[in-house]
Design a protein. Structure first.
Length: 429
């Protein structure tokens, strides 16, 4: 049977997307609060999801919650927290076995969904606010995650680079905040943020799996009972403004290899042409950057390009030796010019398109990846199945890629370099 896709608005600022595919033996449901990124709210939003996943009024401990999930054939309750362009998405997900495959076809789907909804909308409270025990537990984990991000030099360099690339934009904000921010969070402050999300955040529900006939009305009823007011409109596609001149920043950290990050911004709004362009330049093991900058010139340990359609930005990230930073930057710019000048073959184009198609088709193999794929489609206002996207890729011509490449402008340069050089530069260049 073919994949079925349906998307409905079921309340004020509440959308329900249903993707069904009979090949799956489990169902996956995601309920997310989506709101514009605001620095002071970002870590609170992250922490809200973690506290909600700890217990509910009916299951007031992690132990009770875990036992109930085990009883439901090992259902898995997880948190969801990520950046989506200039927005933040936080919520809970549950995956459970379909009723057709339980012993005696026992109906567990409704119970699994009620557990999810109880955690979301009927949390365990103490004196009218979140449990101090679980708030403190999750605050400690948040602080550990902040420290871990700093110790992960690749991730930390990308975070610091975002502050340069998206200066004065919500995308530059850390989702975790600082240790000091985390320590200052109280159960009362967190509960107030939770109530604000319930009232005014965009709510996105995604159901992916075999059958949702039994649980769909349960979800709709729960959502329609919410008191919604002043719902904040969410804009997904918000390209980053191109800077009048390249913004450059170099920092010194204790790293084994320098992290060089270059950003290019574009006025091209054809998502799929831009993806093919990024793949030709640096998105595959046989791209221009990999073949020339890494392999032929041996200027970096890795070198790849990734395109964000929500921000209209391509980021080239490399691991380089300090003495090769200038050479590597020049080599990347030369490869970009080569693509702009059409210095790639039809075979290279076909290889890039095939590589992308293989990745897109693999979304059909996993219930989680299929759900995430259609969530991404929703941010573009489309619902193309992977096969249709592949058809689009295969129809993209060399001239389209050239024209797209010419719209990309060098915008930002960031390096996190080894402590061999004490110089720190922060300014325009």
């Amino acid at each position: 049977m073919p994949i079925s896709y349906k998307r409905d608005v079921i309340g004020q600022g509440i959308a329900l997307t249903e993707i069904t595919d009979a090949k799956f033996k489990s169902n996956y449901i995601s309920v997310s609060f989506v709101s514009p990124v605001v620095a002071e709210n970002a870590p609170l939003n992250t922490l809200v999801a973690e506290v909600l996943a700890s217990s509910s009024a009916k299951l007031p401990s992690l132990t009770a919650l875990s036992k109930r999930l085990a009883y439901l054939y090992g259902a898995v309750l997880s948190t969801k927290s990520r950046r989506v362009g200039d927005n933040q998405e936080n919520g809970l997900t549950i995956e459970y076995i379909c009723d057709d495959f339980t012993i005696g076809k026992e109906v567990i789907s409704v119970e699994a969904v009620k557990l999810l909804l109880d955690c979301l909308f009927d949390p365990q409270l103490e004196n009218g606010t979140f449990s101090e025990k679980y708030v403190e537990m999750r605050k400690t984990e948040l602080q550990d995650n902040i420290r871990a991000e700093i110790n992960d030099k690749f991730g930390y360099s990308m975070r610091r680079a975002r502050e340069v690339i998206y200066k004065d934009e919500p995308t530059s904000v850390s989702m975790l905040g600082t240790i000091e921010n985390a320590k200052a969070i109280t159960p009362q402050k967190l509960f107030e943020r939770y109530k604000c999300l319930l009232r005014s955040a965009q709510i996105e529900i995604t159901m992916c799996g075999r059958d949702f006939s039994a649980v769909r009305p349960v979800i709709i009823k729960a959502m329609q009972s919410l008191e919604r007011k002043d719902v904040v409109a969410v804009t997904y596609q918000k390209p980053s403004p191109i800077k009048p001149q390249v913004q450059r920043k170099t920092e010194t950290q204790d790293v084994n290899q320098c992290k060089m990050i270059m950003a290019f911004k574009s006025t091209c709004r054809d998502v799929y042409v831009a993806k093919v362009f990024a793949a030709v330049l640096g998105g595959t093991p046989f791209s221009k950057l990999f073949s020339n900058v890494r392999e032929k010139l041996s200027l970096c340990y890795y070198c790849s390009a990734a395109y964000s359609d929500l921000k209209g930005t391509m980021v080239v990230s490399s691991g380089v030796s300090r003495e090769n930073i200038e050479k590597a930057e020049k080599a990347v710019l030369e490869q970009l010019e080569a693509v702009k000048n059409g210095e790639f073959t039809e075979q290279e184009l076909e290889n890039a398109e095939t590589y992308l198609c293989t990745g897109f088709k693999s979304n059909n193999d996993s219930i989680y990846r299929m759900a995430e794929y259609y969530i991404a489609q929703n941010t573009r206002g489309t619902a193309y199945p992977p096969e249709e996207v592949c058809r689009i890729f295969k129809g993209i011509t060399k001239q389209q890629v050239i024209d797209c490449a010419k719209t990309f402008v060098y915008d930002s340069f960031y390096v996190m370099q080894t402590p061999d050089d004490e110089t720190e530069v922060d300014g325009n260049g």
